[in-house]
Structure formats: C-alpha cells, structure tokens
Write a protein that binds this ligand. Structure first.
Ligand code: NAP
Ligand code: GCO
Length: 264
C-alpha cells in the first residue's frame, strides 16, 4: 500500500516555529518528507530556528513576519511561492497567552490575544487558500487547545480565541472542502514549552508548582505532554491518510478531556 503518510514533494508553512510546538511539528513534517518553511517575529529567532533545524539535518526556510499583519503575510506567502513553492500544508501555530483575571484585563490586552490566536489564522489561511485551490487541494491545521473546550481562571481572552479557532476550523472545512482542502485542528493538552514554563516552576521549597500538581491529577497519562507528542498527529492531518477527515479537532491531551481527575 502506498505510504499515505509520505509528504515528499510538499511544502509546509508552520507559523511561529522557531521553537516549541511549532518547531516539533515542523520537524515531524520534515521527517515525513515535507519542505519546511517557518516564520517568527524577530530575525534573531528566525536565525536560531534555522540553526536548530539544521542541527537536526533539516534545511528550513525561515522568514521574519508578524502573522497579525495582513500585508506582511500576503507578501510572505508570495515570497514563499517564488522562493520555495506553493504552500501545500499550513500549520497555524503562532500564538500567545496572557494570564490575567478578566476584571483586571484591559481591552487592549484582550484584543492582542484575539489578534494573534484567532485573527492571524484567518489572515494566513486566507492568504494560502487561493493557491491551494489552483493546485487542486491542501491541508490546513489550526493549533487549538484544551481551552477550545474548557475555561479556567485568568485565560478569558485565550479561551475565547481558541474556541473561535475551533469554529474557524469547521468553517474553513465547510467552505473549502469542495476544493479538496481539508482543515482540521490539533488540540494539545498541557505541553512542556516556554509558554507553560510559569505553570511548572519549582517552588522555593523545592516542591512542584501547584498548577503542575493539578495538571498531573487531571491527566490520565500522569505527565505533561512533550512537543514531540504532537508530531505524529500533525503528520497524519498533513498527509493523504486524512483526506476524508475535515473539520475535526484532534485532541492530543493524554486523556484530560475524558477524565474527571484523580481524587485528592
Ligand atoms: P510558545 O513557546 O510561546 O511559542 C509561540 C511561538 O509563536 C513563538 O515562536 C512566538 O515567537 C510565535 N509568535 C507569537 N506571536 C507571533 C506573531 N504575532 N507572529 C509570528 N509568530 C508569533 O508557545 P507553544 O507552547 O509552542 O505553543 C504554540 C501553539 O500551541 C500556540 O498557538 C499555543 O496557544 C498552542 N498550545 C500550546 C499548549 C501548551 O501547553 N504549550 C497547549 C495547547 C495549545 P516569539 O518568540 O518571537 O514571540
Ligand atoms: C493555561 C495553559 C493552557 C495551555 C494550553 C492547554 O494557562 O491554562 O497555558 O492554556 O497553553 O492551551 O491546552
């Protein structure tokens, strides 16, 4: 049987992929044969990212681009098409979080999170879909979250964005499935990256952060996820193996959403 997971000859753009989950997903896509393109806001991080990919034997194309800037994104996509090729796989990974109680959060802070975590996936998807249609199809993977399904204190903007991203995923699937474009989401659980480092800081007395203990009690796998845990699911959703999967959010959470939590 032809290897349905083979990405040879395909161009993948992973946004915000100098490190963290984006870097792990891009590395997995490269391992399946894809040509890797990524962006970051700062040239310094792009340079570090290119070196990190090279250290893994991956020749990645790195570009500076703020995904919230529509003109910059359109210029980036045109440049990628000239220099690398038409984007076959888009992973909307770039994201931020601000952990602030809602009543203390400014509208500016709220809008900034929505801008990066929801408006940007709209902007980047809108920039790549026309060429995907002309080429006969493509794959879009939006990096959602537990907060696409659940709320918790201090993450109102992030949850609103990730909930919206779940529905944007379903709408892109609905509107462009007829062009052989599949748009799905990956909903990571709690993953050990710089974004969650504050939630895992060892306490002055050497004990685990209370939130660290909380998440372990909520996760049947009894561990934080590693960014590498997301590679296989990303290859699946980027490949022909998922050609009839559309509008689906694949939760990679160690079982958190299935579990009421360990009794204290
Ligand atoms: P991270 O370590 O904070 O990395 C986020 C990446 O996005 C960084 O490279 C960052 O670049 C980039 N970025 C931020 N704003 C950008 C912008 N406007 N334009 C371009 N790039 C931008 O986060 P992560 O943990 O790897 O998470 C990656 C994605 O997974 C995010 O969407 C996050 O919401 C989601 N997620 C994370 C977890 C988790 O537990 N870690 C779980 C579920 C979902 P700079 O360093 O230059 O800011
Ligand atoms: C938080 C965490 C989570 C993770 C992730 C969970 O503060 O609760 O940052 O939001 O980032 O989104 O899926």
């Amino acid at each position: 049987m032809k290897n349905q997971f083979d990405l040879t000859g395909r161009v993948a753009l992973v946004t915000g992929a100098s490190y963290g989950i984006g870097f792990a997903i891009a590395s997995a896509l490269a391992g399946a044969g894809a040509a890797i393109v990524f962006n970051d806001i700062k040239q310094e991080l792009v340079d570090k990212g290119v070196a990190a990919y090279q250290a893994q034997g991956i020749t990645a194309h790195g570009y500076v681009c703020d995904v919230t800037d529509e003109d910059a994104v359109n210029e980036l996509v045109a440049k990628i098409e000239r220099e690398v090729g038409v984007i076959d796989i888009l992973v909307n990974n770039a994201g931020i979080i601000k952990r602030i109680p809602m009543l203390e959060m400014s509208a500016k802070d709220f809008r900034q999170v929505i801008d990066v975590d929801l408006n940007a996936p709209f902007i980047v998807s809108k920039a790549v879909i026309p060429s995907m249609i002309r080429k006969g199809g493509g794959k879009i993977i939006n990096i959602c979250s537990m907060m696409s399904e659940l709320g918790r204190e201090t993450v109102s903007a992030y949850a609103a964005a990730k909930g919206g991203l779940k529905m944007l995923t379903r709408n892109i699937a609905s509107e462009y499935g007829q062009y052989n474009i599949q748009c799905n989401g990956i909903g990571p659980g709690y993953i050990a990256t710089p974004q969650t480092a504050p939630l895992r800081e060892v306490q002055p007395d050497g004990s685990k952060h209370p939130f660290d203990q909380f998440i372990l009690a909520k996760t049947p796998a009894n561990r934080w996820g590693e960014a590498g845990d997301l590679g296989g699911p990303a290859v699946f959703l980027a490949s022909s193996a998922s050609d009839f999967v559309n509008g689906h959010i694949l939760y990679v959470d160690g079982g958190i959403l299935a579990y009421i939590g360990k009794q204290p």
